[in-house]
Design a protein around this ligand. Structure first.
Ligand code: SF4
Length: 189
């Protein structure tokens, strides 16, 4: 009989627990069905990177109580990397920052701000920096001729692994339209 990696690990964990407790095994007493009995199951995709592993999220009264790899998903077939395995704490973590906290220049304390305020401020700062550092033309040191460059070196863009191909395309178009020359991606550095 073919045993999957997941079944092997589940069997091993159960055997180890029984050996430690000295309890006799009862058929089905620790099956995945028992563990998630009465919980609502929903499938979703891991938000951390563009591999796009499938997840099963178990909830009780609207609260996430368990997240695990989806064995039926064609990409990961139940497996998750260390980031994906720790996803539960994204939903349940009292230390996770969920509001915008701003510390003004020179201040020694943070103050709570709205998301709209943060977006507006970021946009203003980007525009200000771009306008200050924008160069329409530049002399090329090699031939000493002036060329149209239309770029800023005052801004840099860094993409993240959470972006998929289409998002990366839009992100790079946006950066280029602002004249950003320093454009990188976390997966490449
Ligand atoms: S972060 Fe890990 S679990 Fe999440 S999609 Fe990427 S490889 Fe899969």
């Amino acid at each position: 009989m073919a045993v999957s990696r997941r079944e092997f690990l589940q069997g091993g964990a159960l055997a180890a627990a029984l050996a430690l407790s000295g309890t006799k095994a009862e058929a089905g007493s620790d099956s995945p069905q028992m563990r998630t009995k009465g919980l609502k199951s929903s499938t979703t995709i891991c938000p951390f990177c563009a591999v796009g592993c499938g997840l099963v999220v178990h909830t009780k009264n609207g609260k996430v109580v368990n997240i695990e790899g989806d064995t039926q998903h064609p990409i990961n077939q139940g497996a998750l990397c260390s980031k994906g395995s720790a996803l539960f704490q994204v939903a349940n973590n009292e230390h996770r920052l969920q509001k915008v906290m701003y510390r003004a220049p020179g201040s020694d304390k943070f103050e709570e701000k709205s998301w709209d305020w943060a977006l507006e401020r970021i946009a203003q700062k980007m525009k200000e920096t771009r306008d200050k550092s924008f160069k329409a033309k530049e002399i090329n040191k090699k031939d000493n001729k002036e060329y149209v460059v239309n770029r800023t070196e005052g801004l840099a863009f860094l993409g993240g692994a959470g972006l998929d191909n289409e998002e990366c395309y839009l992100w790079s178009k946006f950066a280029r339209s602002m004249g950003v020359a320093h454009l990188e991606h976390q997966a490449r550095i």
